[in-house]
Design a binder for this molecule. Structure first.
Ligand code: NAD
Length: 465
């Protein structure tokens, strides 16, 4: 017997996947509750991920510009000082505005926030804070959690995850980042701009695995110029904290003698894992895959009727916008509508300066798949607006089918790459050819003209180079 209200849908987890799913389901007329144990809504993204990191990325970029680059624009400043507490205050304000915004949206859409840890008691039953709720459907949207390496314990003081790296009380002199993925490059950039000497240690022989190799190489060049240093093909085997700092032991990935590094702060950024702790999945009989993710079919259904899962806790890129789209599609399917996500068209953005953005296939993937393709590239250096902005680093690269000219991928490193990529994502959603982009009128002078020229370059006819 249920001892509390019953619902059409209970979503467990109020991150971008869960809260969006809850709101969309409520918009479609369902009676919805969302379970969240943290004291704020919004999940990792809003509380300790995307949003606070973007606040620090933005603020640290401004600080660095004021200190080093304004003079190139004819602006003399003296006495530029870092107020780290003030910068953290900005970040906290942004987080709190966003998380309370979700609370407002829940009220507006009549989504109940069930505060506490949710446990699935079986089909149609969820317990939260000692109460049992009945529901027609359950959506698991519990997201992901940080992982560490064997022998390395994250204490969030000297050895931190992305969460601890967002709240350091002083700028470390020396920081070692383990992992040259998205988190390592973004948070490594923040602390490097604020004055830390940052070394990124990466197991593979390249940064940003999975991204187009040429873009990764160019990004590494740019970040190195900014002061980050990279040790590639290197495996961290231990990290021991002491009152003098952290001592790390590093071995070449290919084998060879170990070396020792010292750091004040070590950031562990080697990936995340699906978070299913204490959810009661084993007792409820919900199947997991070999990597601990909730197994679903293409309609987000688990092996148990009425139990679904979306976002980081299932297969696919661990990205907030992927989770949001899955949340919307699931809610619409539960309401009897249909929905579809093209997983090839989920953009990825790294918020370094300049940004790195990507969609569709990389050149390496096309080669591996034996697809015949053409490449069009155009540098920011040849764009008038980029010159006016002193933002001439990087390029746009478009990959198109050799026969049909259909755009298969786009990879950008350069100013506003995260904004520029949207045009190509839409073009690809509509099955556009490179010529479609090239013949579309782009306002002048804008950075988007770099994309247009890259599309022209696919046919070997860029104008400005
Ligand atoms: P990641 O998977 O992007 O990168 C982890 C890196 O660590 C990889 O390059 C890997 O080769 C390396 N690595 C693994 N073991 C290692 C070892 N023993 N020694 C040295 N290097 C090692 O993971 P992340 O940067 O931790 O990010 C986690 C997730 O969060 C990712 O899925 C990412 O997409 C997501 N995220 C996205 C954004 C964004 O979209 N802007 C921002 C932050 C996080």
């Amino acid at each position: 017997m249920a001892d509390a209200a019953s619902y059409d849908l209970i979503v467990i987890g109020a991150g971008p996947g869960g809260y969006v799913c809850a709101i969309r389901a409520a918009q479609l007329g369902m009676k919805v509750a969302c379970v969240e144990k943290a004291d704020k809504l919004g999940g990792t993204c809003l509380r300790v991920g995307c949003i606070p990191s973007k606040a620090l990325l933005h603020a640290s970029e401004k600080y660095e510009s004021a200190k080093h680059h304004f003079k190139d624009l004819g602006i003399e400043l003296s006495g530029v000082k870092l107020d780290l507490k003030g910068m953290m205050g900005h970040k906290e304000k942004v987080v709190s505005a966003n998380t309370s915004g979700i609370e407002f949206l829940f009220k507006k859409n009549k989504v109940d926030w069930l505060k506490g840890e949710g446990k699935i008691l079986g089909r149609g039953k969820v317990s939260v804070a000692g109460k049992t709720y009945e529901t027609k459907n359950i959506a698991i949207a519990t997201g992901s959690d940080v992982i560490s390496l064997p022998g390395i314990t994250i204490d969030e003081k000297q050895i931190v995850s992305s969460t601890g790296a967002l709240t350091l009380e002083k700028v470390p002199d020396r920081m070692v980042v383990i992992g040259a993925g998205v988190i390592g490059l973004e948070l490594g950039s923040v602390w490097s701009r604020l004055g830390a000497k940052v070394m990124v240690v990466e197991y593979l022989d390249r940064i940003l695995p999975g991204m187009d190799n040429e873009i990764a190489k160019e990004s590494q060049k740019i970040l190195t110029k900014q002061g980050l240093s990279f040790k590639l093909g290197a495996k961290v085997t231990s990290a021991k904290p002491s009152s003098k700092g952290v001592e790390l032991s590093i071995e070449p990935a290919a084998g060879g003698p170990a070396e020792t590094l010292h750091a004040d702060i070590v950031l562990v950024a080697v990936g995340r894992k699906a978070y299913t702790d204490k959810l009661g999945l084993a007792d409820a009989g919900v199947a997991l895959d070999e990597r601990g993710r909730v197994k679903t079919d293409s309609h987000f259904k688990t092996n148990i009727d009425g139990i679904y899962a979306i976002g980081d806790v299932i297969v696919g890129p661990m990205l907030a916008h992927k989770a949001e789209d899955e949340g919307v599609v699931l809610a619409e399917m539960l309401a009897g509508q249909s929905g579809h996500i093209d997983y090839n068209l989920i953009p990825g953005v790294v918020y370094t300066a300049p940004e790195i953005a990507t969609v569709g296939k990389t050149e390496e993937q096309l080669k591996a798949e034996g697809v015949q393709y053409k490449v069009g590239k155009f540098p920011y250096l040849a764009n008038g607006r980029a010159r006016a902005m002193n933002a001439t680093e990087g390029f746009v690269k478009i990959l198109a089918d050799a026969k049909t000219d259909k755009v298969l991928g786009c990879h950008i490193v350069g100013a506003e790459a995260g904004t520029l990529i949207a045009e190509v994502v839409i073009a690809m959603e509509f099955g556009a050819s490179a010529e479609d982009i090239a013949r579309t009128c782009h306002a002048h002078p804008t950075l988007e003209e770099v994309t247009k020229e890259a599309a022209l370059a696919v046919a070997g006819r860029p104008i400005h180079i």
